[in-house]
Design a protein around this ligand. Structure first.
Ligand SMILES: Nc1ncnc2c1ncn2[C@@H]1O[C@H](COP(=O)(O)OP(=O)(O)O)[C@@H](O)[C@H]1O
Ligand SMILES: [Mg+2]
Length: 231
C-alpha cells in the first residue's frame, strides 16, 4: 500500500517515462517497487544498465496470470508500488487497475484529447463496478512545452476540467533530460549536468510532480480511513 498504476489511452504518451521518474524520485525517501507490466519491458531494459537506486526494486516477470500476485507481494514488501502498463485494451491493465489505490492517466499535452482520457477512465469505472470501491485518478499532462502554453492546450485542458475529469496541477514538460534517463539508463539524479541541458529544471519539475502525487496519496489514505469517498 499504496499502489499507483499508470494507465494510458495509447502508447507513446510518456507513461513509462512518468512512471520511472516518479519511482526514482520516491526511491530517494521510500522503498519502492516498480512493476514493468509492459511486454516490451522498457523498465527492465533501463534497470539492466545497473544504475537503479538502492531503494528501488524492479519486477518484470509479469503477465496477466500473475499480475495480481506480483502486486500483492510487492505491496507487502515495500510501502510504494508503481505499475507501468501497456495500452488500455489489454486484460493485464484491467487486472492491475483492480489492485490500485491511485491511477495516473498520462496524456501528451501536444495532442491532448478528452476522448483519449475517457477511454482510460472507462477502465477505472469498470473496476469501480467490479470491486465496489472507487479509484481516485487524475490526468497528467506530459511533454508539454515549458515555455509556451498554446491556446489549444489551455482550451482542451479547460474541457477536461469542465467534464469533471481531475487534472494534475503539475505537468511533465518535454525535456531532453527525461529522454536522457532512458538513453543513459540512469536516474535523473545521477546524470551529469554537463551532458544534458536544463537538468536542474527537469529535476525541479519531477520534484513538484512527485510531491503532488504524495499529497494525493495522503488525501486518499486519509479519506479511506475516514470513510469518505474520493473521486
Ligand atoms: N516528458 C518528456 N520529455 C521528453 N521526452 C519524453 C517525455 N515523455 C516521454 N518522452 C519520449 O517519448 C517517447 C514515448 O515515451 P514513453 O514514456 O515510452 O511513452 P509510453 O510509455 O506512453 O509509450 C520516448 O521516446 C520518450 O523518451
Ligand atoms: Mg510505456
Amino acid at each position: 500500500m499504496p499502489t499507483i498504476v499508470f494507465v494510458s489511452p495509447k502508447g507513446g504518451v510518456g507513461k513509462t517515462t512518468a512512471a520511472l521518474l516518479l519511482a526514482n524520485q520516491l526511491a530517494m525517501a521510500y522503498d519502492v517497487t516498480l512493476i514493468d507490466a509492459d511486454p516490451n519491458r522498457p523498465i527492465r531494459a533501463w534497470s539492466a544498465g545497473g544504475h537503479a537506486p538502492s531503494r528501488l526494486s524492479v519486477v518484470s516477470d509479469v503477465d496477466e496470470e500473475n499480475i495480481i500476485d506480483r502486486i500483492e507481494a510487492a505491496a507487502e514488501k515495500t510501502p510504494i508500488v508503481i505499475v507501468d502498463l501497456e495500452g488500455t485494451a489489454a486484460k493485464i491493465v484491467v487486472l492491475a487497475v483492480s489492485q490500485a489505490d491511485l491511477a495516473v492517466i498520462p496524456i501528451q499535452g501536444s495532442q491532448l484529447d478528452a476522448e483519449q482520457a475517457s477511454r482510460a477512465i472507462k477502465v477505472i469505472k469498470q473496476r469501480e463496478k467490479m470491486t465496489g470501491r472507487a479509484l481516485p485518478y487524475a490526468v497528467l499532462l506530459t511533454r508539454t512545452n515549458p515555455v509556451i502554453r498554446t491556446r489549444t492546450m489551455s482550451h482542451i485542458q479547460q474541457g477536461l476540467i469542465e467534464a469533471g475529469i481531475p487534472v494534475m496541477q503539475t505537468e511533465l514538460h518535454d525535456r531532453e533530460a527525461f529522454r536522457a534517463v532512458f538513453s543513459f539508463r540512469q536516474p535523473l539524479q545521477s546524470i551529469d549536468p554537463r551532458e544534458v541541458a536544463n537538468l536542474d529544471k527537469a529535476q525541479a519539475n519531477v520534484e513538484e510532480y512527485a510531491a503532488e502525487i504524495v499529497r494525493g496519496l495522503a488525501a486518499v489514505s486519509g479519506a479511506q480511513k475516514s470513510g469518505v469517498k474520493v473521486a
